[in-house]
Design a protein around this ligand. Structure first.
Ligand code: BMP
Length: 276
């Protein structure tokens, strides 16, 4: 049956990519399809949030380049917390250049993303060579790549044939591309009758998730966990401000409460999906 009707556990056992297996396994074990996007600029707030939500998430999503007080110890501590609380790390880098450049951006510079992020992502706009470049660095480290197939923002150009072409690009590199940033399940999309899509299992990570707001002042659009997981068949809900608000001087008790609320909503939507 289609992957979105199978349990995370069933999928964890079969997946060809190690990062995807680990993520699906953690989701089942922690009963969480919640990823918290920790988009704050001070490392104290960053770690306060991660300490509070760690037990409730499968994945922590970072924008490491927005931290104003970044230094390499941030990475050491992030990795320690990833092991302590059993979550994977997803650096939301959105690579978008030629293969040779993204290979450098992924492995070098200050952040050395490939050394610590189990998962990162890329735009499909440069074509298949972006995957070739990132895979040259990521495959030897057992990393996984997510392609941006649909964005959550108002007026996004990621529609129609662009989305289909992104799925075809992923299909050609199923050893490394484990899924999509999207608003709907994507497996099988854009496949012709002759394409071999048997066994295809793309994880769909959906940002733009909120229980209390429908958007922000800059074009973000929110849907509920029920809409993205049950109705649209996405696998992971990505939540940022819905959990920590402005993210300054965070109230960790409130952050914990919201994380538990989103975890429960995401898991309920998943249970309903696989039981139907
Ligand atoms: P929030 O829940 O606070 O709106 O944050 C959403 C997060 O997901 C941000 O880190 C943003 O960069 C990311 N994101 C998104 O909102 N829409 C997309 O289409 C792709 C993203 O990575």
């Amino acid at each position: 049956s289609s992957p979105h009707l199978q349990t995370y556990n069933e999928r964890a056992k079969k997946h060809a990519n190690k990062a995807a297996r680990a993520l699906l396994g953690v989701m089942e074990e922690k009963q969480s399809n919640l990823s918290v996007s920790v988009d704050v600029t001070k490392s104290k707030d960053f770690f306060d949030i991660i300490e509070a939500v760690g037990p409730h998430v499968c994945l922590i999503k970072t924008h490491i380049d927005i931290l104003e007080d970044f230094d390499p110890t941030v990475i050491d501590r992030l990795r320690e917390l990833s092991e302590k609380h059993k979550f994977l790390i997803f650096e939301d880098r959105k690579f978008a250049d030629i293969g040779s450049t993204v290979a450098l951006q992924y492995s070098k510079g200050i952040y050395k993303i490939a050394d610590w992020a189990h998962i990162t992502n890329a735009h499909a706009v440069p074509g298949p060579s972006i995957i070739t470049g990132l895979a040259s660095v990521g495959i030897p480290k057992d990393r996984g790549l997510i392609l941006l197939a649909e964005m959550s923002s108002k007026g996004a150009l990621t529609t129609g044939s662009y989305t289909e072409d992104a799925v075809r690009m992923a299909r050609a590199r199923r050893d490394f591309v484990i899924g999509f940033i999207a608003q709907h399940r994507m497996e099988g999309i854009g496949a012709s009758d002759t394409d071999n899509i048997a066994g295809e299992d793309f994880l769909v990570l959906a940002p733009g998730v909120g229980l209390d707001a429908t958007g922000d002042a800059m074009g973000q659009q929110y849907r509920t966990p029920e809409q993205v997981v049950f109705e649209s068949g996405c696998d992971v809900i990505i939540v940022g401000r819905g959990i920590y608000g402005k993210g300054e001087n965070v109230d960790t008790r409130e952050v914990l409460k919201q994380a538990q609320r989103y975890q429960a909503a995401g898991w309920e939507a998943y249970k309903k999906r696989v039981q139907r």
